[in-house]
Design a protein. Structure first.
Lengths: 314, 618
């Protein structure tokens, strides 16, 4: 079986401008929503208390909200995963001791329904929260710089720069989606976003590897032709790999429960945009930045010494 | 060209067998056990205790399946949880006759149920994080400013008594923020005082200043003294927490320093957070009191043991079992104690405990010792209104200067234990809970089941797809992927890295991404075939050409994984597995799959066709 019986080179670069415009528009939209709506950070970043309570039967969210309100707690209450689980979120309040908060809340809820069971408490103080937020952004920055440096070393600065621009654009789009739908941005989501960054760069590397190889092999072809043939050569592998990874993300979405829900969602968005950006954004960028054969191929020496990378000879 | 030398196959087979062995313990589950550890630093867990516990169980006719003596704890294994519960009560009664003053912590625990020979080669099941097995996690912040302030106050007291001893007149010592200010009438007095500080209080940096008519000395703590104070505060707080958590009966508590001023406490299996918090935040205090020598005769002690304690006294039993009458009146409290270290007597070279008191404490202590030479004093640890005599030494002579040495009839370990108890009595600086995470046991089980399910079905889907799409090569890739999973689990078990829910997600994601290497290889082989290469040449060229790409793409993924390690908590749990997974997947996708392909095709003389799906359409 084979999905892609591609007989000739597909002229991807002919439409490079269109792809870049599409990217720019989605990117700007993502930035707009990030700025306008902002991310819905979890308590891990903002500080606060999170209490998950399990019931035997369907929980009456409205009533729990009223009960807590009556007891003087400002809390957001919502279902979590199934109708029997409830998530109570409280922001940090001045002069409120964290130590008693969760105990008081569960006492109140138990008075109402003795079947209420405390499943999880998370309390994060303000300093820990802001530290995590800082560390998260530092991690993102370090990753980006390290990737550029590696690709620069391994390929050329044009490739490093294009890869990172294309893939940070993925990251921004994932964040934009989280901002637009106001999905909760938690630590596992941060891990997913960074993992996607690595994954997309990996994708770009595969394309670039082929570009480099083709520059050496197709000595007469123009840059555009080289890039086109490289993408055509790897497109089948790109799609199959992404399909496999997406299968994992999908099973996580289906079976992983609420704890992995947003993690899997971030992966899914990342994988979809990963294909697009590494193939159709990074490569045109390399082209615009002016990648040329001479950057990879030393001029042929007299005497016909073969370039060792020239490829197989039959 | 597609043959490995035999040693290479053997090496791969060996790696797989080893990985299988280390993965094995994860399938045996856990068996219920009771864990006994000592609460008191002076009581050790040893063979005698093991014999005692075994005798108790035999006497009560409770069957057990194994006993394990470790450095700090004794573990007894049982067939089922009912026996475990019964045994816990029985052992608890036998080892702790006085329930209000327990000597041992007897806690329920789960032990891996894998056979003994597996445990002997250190094959243990993966170490599950709190989100998978339930429990409590606290991060406590130590208030270092308070610790430094306390130290400065105590130095101020020292300075006051030093100046008084040498008759140096000053216009008052005050603490302003993190500095001490001493006022003098004239420069000559100030110079004298400065010399005193330089020779006797080496922790202080002194600067001179003039303020109107006054001559000032401004003293600050030296940086190294600040560092020492902070380290001491942290160490003491950790010791105190250790002692308190022992009371909770937690099988495997984790109490660790994190950063310069934080303490991490993890209590797996504890559900009663309220009690845990209560115990962590409790304040204990030390008291020094005089023994009531006049009334301490055998009759009075016997009567006191029955509850008839003379008026104004309290009855205690020393650690060595000797009864003691102690006056209720408190001579000194623990606040005055600034340090306690084990050491040796300088003249006799006997083991000793060295105490340091602050200025005011030293003055009181000098007075009391002067008036009570030859009598005994008692140092008590008061917790929850209940006292315990740590030590009751005889006063040999008047002790000036706040440097006290307790020696005689002590072994080195005893000296260390007493010093620890003296330090552990109270927190050196207040602490605040800055992060708390509690996970109920049912949620932990749910998380394991969900993470496992997601991984399993994802794996099945990938195997199905690969086998259909690449036929035999797809099947080989799937086997390599399975080996990858085996290696990853074995590595996690071997390293005993903490597995969390994000860690399980990372296993799933790593598998999803690892297949990429095989897809690259298989696509390359197809391409070579289409290009007209012979099957054997196509295999060789496919693996060779794909390798550079696989390496590049894995290195970039590794870069991300490593930088993720910076972010603590859920992200680090993810990153550890992710990084390990990149290593195992490179090996299994390239080496293991190649070995299988070589075994299948490499040893045939003629291969007409590769089972890698349809490539004949060009």
């Amino acid at each position: 079986m084979e999905f892609f019986k591609i007989r000739r080179t597909i002229p991807f670069m002919r439409h490079a401008l269109i792809f870049n415009v599409i990217s720019a528009v989605t990117f700007l939209a993502a930035v707009f929503f990030l700025a306008y709506r902002g991310l819905n950070f979890s308590v891990e970043f903002t500080g606060g208390t999170l209490i998950e309570v399990g019931y035997q039967r369907s929980a009456d969210v409205e009533r729990i909200r009223r009960t807590l309100d009556g007891a003087g707690f400002k809390a957001e209450v919502q279902n979590f995963g199934s109708s029997r689980e409830v998530l109570i979120r409280m922001h940090l309040e001045k002069n409120q001791s964290s130590a008693d908060l969760s105990r008081k809340v569960i006492e109140i809820l138990k008075q109402e329904d003795s079947a209420a069971e405390l499943r999880r408490v998370e309390f994060v103080g303000p300093q820990v929260g802001s530290e995590l937020a800082n560390l998260g952004s530092v991690a993102l920055l370090v990753t980006a710089v390290a990737i550029v440096l590696y690709l620069w070393m391994r390929f050329e600065w044009r490739f490093g720069l294009s890869a990172i621009v294309a893939n940070l654009h993925d990251v921004v789009i994932i964040l934009g989606c989280f901002a637009f739908f106001q999905w909760e941005f938690s630590l596992p989501v941060l891990a997913a976003v960074l993992a996607v960054l690595g994954y997309s760069v990996n994708e770009s590397v595969v394309v670039f590897d082929r570009v480099r190889e083709n520059f050496r092999k197709m000595r007469k072809a123009s840059t555009v032709e080289v890039i086109d043939s490289a993408i055509t050569g790897v497109i089948s592998r790109t799609i199959i790999t992404h399909l496999c990874t997406q299968m994992m993300a999908t099973t996580m979405l289906l079976f992983g429960g609420p704890a992995l829900h947003y993690f899997a969602l971030a992966l899914t968005i990342g994988i979809c945009f990963g294909i697009y950006s590494s193939v159709l954004v990074a490569s045109p960028l390399v082209m615009w930045l002016g990648a040329k054969r001479d950057q990879f191929v030393k001029p042929l020496k007299r005497g016909g010494a073969r370039d060792e990378h020239e490829g197989a000879v039959v | 060209m597609n043959r490995f030398p035999p040693w290479k196959y053997a090496l791969i087979a060996l790696a797989i067998v080893a990985a299988f062995l280390y993965t094995l313990p994860n399938f045996f589950g856990e068996s219920p056990a009771v864990q006994v550890s000592s609460v008191k630093a002076t009581v050790k867990v040893d063979g005698a205790l093991m014999a005692r516990a075994e005798d108790t169980l035999k006497a009560a006719n409770i069957p057990y399946t194994g006993v394990l003596l470790e450095q700090t704890s004794l573990r007894v294994r049982f067939g089922d949880t009912d026996t475990q519960l019964k045994a816990k009560d029985t052992i608890d009664h036998a080892l702790n006759p006085d329930a209000s003053n327990p000597t041992y912590v007897v806690a329920l625990n789960l032990l891996p149920a894998s056979p003994r020979w597996l445990t002997a080669i250190h094959a243990l099941p993966m170490y599950l994080g709190l989100d998978l097995r339930g429990g409590v996690h606290f991060l406590l912040q130590v208030d270092m400013q308070a610790a430094i302030t306390k130290r400065l106050e105590s130095l101020a007291g020292d300075l006051r008594s030093q100046l008084r001893e040498r008759d140096i007149r000053h216009g008052g010592i005050t603490r302003e923020g993190q500095t001490l200010r001493v006022r003098f009438r004239d420069a000559a007095t100030r110079d004298k005082a400065r010399e005193v500080i330089a020779s006797n209080l080496p922790d202080l940096n002194v600067a001179e200043r003039e303020d109107g008519q006054d001559w000032l000395l401004v003293a600050t703590l030296k940086p190294e003294a600040i560092k020492r104070t902070q380290e001491y505060a942290l160490k003491q707080n950790i010791t105190t927490l250790h002692n308190r958590i022992n009371e909770l009966g937690v099988a495997e508590p984790v109490i660790q320093q994190q950063g310069a001023d934080r303490v991490l406490v993890q209590l797996p299996g504890v559900q009663d957070t309220a009690k845990a918090k209560d115990i962590l935040g409790r304040t204990a205090s030390l008291e020094i009191r005089m023994a009531d020598e006049e009334r301490m005769n055998p009759e009075a002690l016997a009567a006191a043991a029955k509850g008839q304690v003379p008026f104004g006294d309290e009855y205690y039993v020393e650690r060595n079992g000797q009864p003691l009458l102690v006056k209720k009146q408190v001579v000194l409290t623990g606040d005055r104690l600034t340090d306690a270290q084990p050491g040796f007597d300088q003249q006799t070279n006997e083991p000793a405990v060295h105490l340091r008191l602050d200025g005011q404490g030293a003055r009181i202590f000098q007075e009391v010792t002067r008036e009570n030479v030859g009598k005994r004093m008692a140092i008590l640890l008061i917790e929850k209104g209940k006292g315990e005599v740590i030590t009751a030494p005889v006063i040999r002579s008047e002790i000036p200067g706040g440097r006290v040495q307790i020696s005689g009839r002590m072994s080195t370990t005893e000296a260390a234990d007493v010093a620890l108890l003296l330090r552990a009595g109270a927190l050196a600086a207040p602490m605040e809970i800055i992060e708390e995470r509690t996970v109920g046991p049912s949620l932990g089980r749910d998380n394991i089941a969900k993470g496992f399910n997601a991984t399993r079905w994802g794996f099945v889907a990938i195997v199905a797809f690969m086998s259909i799409y690449y036929v035999l090569f797809g099947l080989i890739s799937s086997v390599a992927l399975g080996v990858n999973l085996l290696f990853l689990v074995a590595l996690l078990s071997l390293l005993q890295a903490t597995l969390t829910l994000p860690g399980i997600a990372a296993i799933a994601l790593t598998l999803g991404m690892a297949i990429d290497a095989n897809v690259l290889i298989n696509e390359r082989i197809r391409e070579e075939l289409r290009g007209g290469a012979t099957p054997q040449a196509a295999i060789a060229a496919g693996y060779e050409r794909a390798w550079a790409t696989i390496l590049d793409s894995n290195v970039t993924t590794l870069v991300v994984g490593l930088s993720l390690l910076m972010v603590p908590g859920a992200v680090r749990g993810f990153a550890v597995v992710h990084c390990l997974g990149i290593g195992t997947s490179m090996f299994s996708a390239v080496v293991v799959s190649r070995a299988i392909v070589n075994l299948v095709y490499g040893h045939r003389r003629r291969v007409a066709h590769l089972s890698i799906g349809d490539t004949a359409w060009t």
